[in-house]
Design a protein around this ligand. Sequence first.
Ligand code: EPU
Length: 447
Amino acid sequence: MDLLTVHGPTPLHGEVTVPGAKNSISKLLVASMLSDEESHFCNVPSIGDTQITIDICAGAGMNLERGDRGLSVQTASLADASISPQLAERNRLSVMLLAPLLNRCGEAIVPFAGGDRIGARPIDFHLDGYARLGATIEIHNGHYRATASRLRGATIALPYPSVTATENLLMAATLAEGTTVLSNAAIEPEVTDLVLFLQKMGARIDLGPDRTYVIEGVATLHGATHDVMPDRLVAASYGAAAVATGGDLFVRGARQRDLISFLSALQRAGGRFAVDTEGVRFSGGELRAVSIETSVHPGFMTDWHPPFATLLTQAHGTSVIHETVFEDRFAYADQLSKMGADIEIFDLCMGDSTCRFREGGHRHSAVIRGRAPLAGCDVHVPDLRAGFTYLMAAVIAKGESRITGIEELDRGYESVDEAFKGAGAMIERTTLPTETVGAGAAAVVGA
Ligand code: EPU
């Protein structure tokens, strides 16, 4: 287990580079398994989550060869219709394997998914969708068993535009017999990246103006080559960190078109940015309070909110964040308060809209009063985005902070300590001897 020791405050200056998107490469790897031919990916992020997904896919029969930021993969045959529970608990990807396993083997045995603990995160939309496509689903102790001699096209209306349910059902429908109409679906850029790759593989997918995909099933798909889109979550994280520390940072690879609502919120809060063809430059200003409501694309995305909340601790006035995507995303607030942030969490809908979490006591709105001086302290990372938040807070804070649970951070941010160091932060990474590792450090599970 690694520890980061950070001495602050330091404004971030210089340049960082955004790698390929974690939430894109993981689905692209699974999609490649729909074919027995070879596929090639460029701009592959070197992060813990990519390795976890590779382990899951390799366990089911995928072979791979690594290049410089590239991966060549091929699943000539599927080794087994089942996924090991030890691998499955490490991220949320195992349920996506239903698509290649059912289409190519007619059977899939998939353990319950892991993932960041940011809400209940059921997979009922996935399973209901597969049932509509003609699969028989049995729920056993700790795993699902799905069978189908061949999936059949169907009309599926998602109750909410879930990202992974959309991706899962899109993949499944590409090889189903007949036409599938998937409505109220997700249109996040990572979903579009998957659609682009599936089209290159020979899939027939159309997207209407109202979040509706129409997929005409084909008999086989072939291999394809694809550049993984840049990670817009990482881009926004570094942008927020630059602004909150009063720095000036060029985020190479950040794409304006993926960041519209983030840039708009940043502007309202007094942060500055300048777009050029290679990326976006972010710099600090006199920060002021704003109200934010997270939403599905093209709204302000849920993963941007933890770093943005840390930025708002440095803004003058009272800010509000209404989280409408996950019901339990403020677990990081207690430790941020320990560092001096003034954050209060409420179970009310504190935004323009009432959301699914209005009833049931879900603590999903925050009031942040600023500007609060932060002081260094010891914190443990509960989930990926919270991890970045603590690192960012530690760079803003006066004094020393010691951050444990770094494996969580490494799952989604490539060489994050080196990137911060290169931008002027004072950070040391130490590997702790095993006997000093406490409970809570054992399992790295995520997104
Ligand atoms: N939902 C259900 N039933 C389902 C599926 C979803 O009730 O069957 C609910 C969820 O509980 C949640 C909402 O629908 O309240 C939206 O969840 P969604 O399915 O869209 O999220 P996800 O697919 O589990 C992905 C990303 C998350 C990102 C969200 C939202 C991956 C592997 N994860 O999660 O990324 O926050 O979409 O954009 O793609 C991260 O990278 O740190 C991360 C958490």
